[in-house]
Structure formats: structure tokens, C-alpha cells
Ligand binder design. Structure first.
Ligand SMILES: *[C@@H]1O[C@H](CO)[C@@H](O)[C@H](O)[C@H]1NC(C)=O
Ligand SMILES: *[C@@H]1O[C@H](CO)[C@@H](O)[C@H](O)[C@H]1NC(C)=O
Length: 301
């Protein structure tokens, strides 16, 4: 009986300690929150087909963020769509014009409700890395079709990906409208069942792949390729592959040099054998005739 009471008393004190602990930690969290002003962290650019979004992370709070941006280290402009926002990203695509410039952004922490007592100058802000959309925006995988012609060729027709940008007349721009002569396509293909891959680079969106073996299947993959860019951002995402069967047009025309050499070699061998056999036979017959004549003349009947 006594032991049981002791035990209960002990349990009670443990529980009290636990509550005290919980209370203390809760109190310390609340006081920390009061002084805590969150700052934009991990600021980075995410850009696909020239749609460029500034993105960051932060700790949950009542504070909001305003985004400023500047071109080539010039003056800072406010982004009207990203003023005192609680989201942690900002689509700056419409403001990063012209595209081939170096842009920076600055993300400022602001109180949710404007507090005239607080000193805005003291609030933290974070600069973004620099970004050039023309040179660094990723290019998505392209759509394309393949068509085999009757002369051992395949025509690859590529659809230039469209962007979210529009020109002054409201026409939606494709990546070709933006990159123009800088845009090439890399076409990678292989003969079905073989491991060797071949690459060609096409200046235009329609490419002819020739000198294919007829009567074979070929598979093709395409990616945007911008050789004027830094190495790391030259190649767009590879498309999924498309395969097609290459028809035999004129079979004699399609024969390769090796085949012709083989045919010539066989013909030559046959010719040599024929000549040799003919010569040998003739000699044999001549000899037999001579022996016959000799025996005829030497043996009088
Ligand atoms: C482009 O894509 C690569 C690979 O997915 C990624 O690591 C990079 O952050 C992207 N760059 C931009 C600017 O979105
Ligand atoms: C290939 O087709 C075109 C028209 O479709 C035709 O004019 C041409 O003669 C054909 N060539 C061969 C080698 O069959």
C-alpha cells in the first residue's frame, strides 16, 4: 500500500516537471518569434522557354516580401506584381526585357501590416544571383515527326516550342522568334539493333537525314542546340524517340561500295576459273589428239 502511494507521488512530480518543461520551451519559442524577422533564403532563378521565375525559401511568419530588379547593375525597379506578397516566388518574365542582359533581383522582407514605428531600413533583404534569360533559360523537349522518303532519306520536322512572351502586336513568340539564327537542333539517330549513334546539327526546323540503309528501321531524338551559349546551357532537353522504317527505293542504287567490290571480286574469280579450266581442257585435248595421231602414224594398219 505504501509503496503504491510512493509510486503515485513520484509519477505526479515527473508529470509536473514535464509540464514545466513544455511551458518553458513554448515560452522560449514565442519570445524568439517576437524578435525573428525572416529573410529570403536559397534565392534562385527557374527559367524554362524564357518564362523566368525568381524563387526563394523562408520560415513561416506574418511578414511579406517585395521584389526589386535591375538590369546590368542599373537602377532598381519595383516589380508591380510582386509587391508585399506572401508567396515565395515571383514571375519576372514580362520585365526581363531585352532578354540578353544581366539581371539581378533584391527580395525585401516587409511587415504584413505597415507599422510606422518600425524602421523599414532595418529589415533584411537578400540579393539574387545574376541571370541572363537569353543565355541561361532552359529549353524544353521538342515535338517532332519523322517521314521516310522513297530514296533512303528521312525528313525530320521539328515544332519550335512556344514561349509565354508576346511581341508588340500580341503575337505569341516561339523560341525560334527569340533565338533566330542562334537556334539549331541536334538530331541523334541510330539504326535499330545497332549501338552506334550518329549526331547531326540542323540550322532549320526541317532536316534531311540522308545516306541511310534501306530496309532498316532508324530511331531519332531531337534537342534544341544553341552553340552561342556557354557549354552548360547549350543543349535543351532531349525529346522522346521516334522510329521509322526506311524503304528500299532502287535496290541497285542503294548498294554500298563494299557490296560492289564483293560482286567484282566474285566475277573476277569466276572469270579466272573459267579461263584456267578452258586453257587446261584445250591443252588436254591437244595432247590427246597428238598422242592419237602419233599412235596412228607409228602403228601401221
Ligand atoms: C535548368 O535545368 C537544370 C537541369 O534540370 C537545372 O539544374 C537548372 O537549375 C535549370 N536552370 C534554370 C535557370 O531553370
Ligand atoms: C519517289 O517518289 C517520287 C514522288 O513521290 C517520284 O517522283 C520518284 O520517281 C520516286 N523515286 C523512286 C526512286 O522511286
Amino acid at each position: 500500500m505504501r509503496e503504491k502511494q510512493d509510486c503515485l507521488a513520484k509519477m505526479e512530480s515527473v508529470t509536473t516537471l514535464l509540464y514545466l518543461g513544455l511551458f518553458l520551451s513554448a515560452w522560449s519559442i514565442t519570445t524568439a518569434d517576437e524578435n525573428f524577422v525572416p529573410k529570403a533564403e536559397n534565392v534562385h532563378w527557374v527559367s524554362l522557354d524564357f518564362k523566368t521565375i525568381l524563387s526563394w525559401t523562408t520560415k513561416p511568419s506574418d511578414y511579406t516580401y517585395s521584389v526589386l530588379y535591375s538590369m546590368d547593375d542599373g537602377d532598381w525597379s519595383e516589380s508591380p506584381d510582386c509587391n508585399r506578397i506572401s508567396e515565395t516566388n515571383c514571375d519576372l518574365s514580362a520585365h526581363l526585357m531585352p532578354l540578353d542582359r544581366m539581371y539581378s533581383a533584391d527580395i525585401q522582407t516587409e511587415p504584413a501590416e505597415f507599422d510606422y514605428n518600425s524602421n523599414v531600413e532595418d529589415l533584411p533583404h537578400t540579393y539574387s544571383p545574376q541571370f541572363n534569360p537569353y543565355r541561361e533559360s532552359n529549353i524544353s523537349a521538342v515535338e517532332f515527326s519523322v517521314e521516310a522518303t522513297n530514296d533512303s532519306k528521312v525528313i525530320v520536322s521539328i515544332k519550335d516550342p512556344v514561349t509565354t512572351l508576346h511581341d508588340a502586336y500580341g503575337k505569341q513568340l516561339s523560341i525560334r522568334d527569340i533565338l533566330q539564327k542562334d537556334l539549331k537542333y541536334k538530331i541523334s539517330y541510330y539504326k535499330s539493333g545497332s549501338t552506334g549513334k550518329r549526331d547531326i546539327i540542323s540550322d532549320s526546323s526541317v532536316a534531311n537525314v540522308s545516306k541511310l540503309d534501306s530496309g532498316q528501321s532508324y530511331c531519332f531524338m531531337v534537342a534544341a542546340f544553341i552553340p552561342s551559349r556557354p557549354k552548360a546551357t547549350q543543349l535543351g532537353t532531349w525529346s522522346t524517340q521516334q522510329c521509322t522504317y526506311v524503304q528500299g527505293g532502287n535496290v541497285l542504287q542503294d548498294l554500298r561500295l563494299e557490296t560492289w567490290v564483293g560482286v567484282a571480286f566474285i566475277l573476277l574469280t569466276v572469270l579466272i576459273i573459267t579461263i584456267t579450266v578452258t586453257v587446261l581442257c584445250c591443252r588436254c585435248r591437244q595432247q590427246r589428239n597428238r598422242t592419237f595421231q602419233t599412235s596412228q602414224s607409228s602403228v601401221p594398219v
